[in-house]
Design a protein around this ligand. Structure first.
Ligand SMILES: C[S@@+](CC[C@H](N)C(=O)[O-])C[C@H]1O[C@@H](n2cnc3c(N)ncnc32)[C@H](O)[C@@H]1O
Length: 138
């Protein structure tokens, strides 16, 4: 995800409690030198993240299998925050309630879900395409 953010020029927000020990050292191990090329916002809890979004007038667009809106039928803005849940447990009801929009990547009916990074890459790709942001990349 950090590599995706670095390559696409998108900031990454990490909200505690996250599913892995957060430290620059640990992130550097997995994201290698890409970590120096991505802006990381680290929020101590959900309330802090929501406050940041309100202060910075950001819309929260939740990626979830539990909605009917296809990710290709949603209209994105450049300042949207695309939010994914935990690999293990998804998101809480509080997070679902706070989302300004929800999108689902269509899948084969009998399967449960994509993984976090793959679903994010697909939705981010559509958002970047719609907002013309790919034009600013090489
Ligand atoms: C592995 S899934 C979580 C599975 C978890 N057991 C659940 O029931 O939510 C991790 C995250 O990836 C995202 N995700 C996975 N597949 C998706 C899809 N088809 N459409 C939208 N988001 C998806 C969601 O944000 C989800 O919270």
């Amino acid at each position: 995800m950090l590599r995706l953010g670095a390559c696409m020029g998108c900031a990454v927000h990490i909200i505690e409690p996250c599913g892995f020990p957060f430290s620059v050292k640990a992130l550097r191990r997995s994201a290698m030198d890409y970590i120096d090329m991505v802006t990381i916002h680290h929020h101590m809890d959900w309330d802090a993240f929501e406050k940041w979004c309100a202060t910075n007038r950001r819309r929260i667009v939740l990626l979830t299998t539990a909605c009917s809106q296809k990710h290709t039928e949603f209209t994105y803005s450049e300042t949207d925050i695309l939010l994914v849940g935990r690999e293990s447990g998804g998101v809480t009801d509080q997070v679902v309630a706070a989302a300004d929009g929800k999108v689902r990547v269509p899948m084969q009916k009998q399967l449960r879900s994509l993984n976090v990074a793959v679903s994010m890459a697909m939705v981010l790709g559509e958002a970047l395409r719609q907002t013309g942001s790919f034009d600013t990349l090489e």
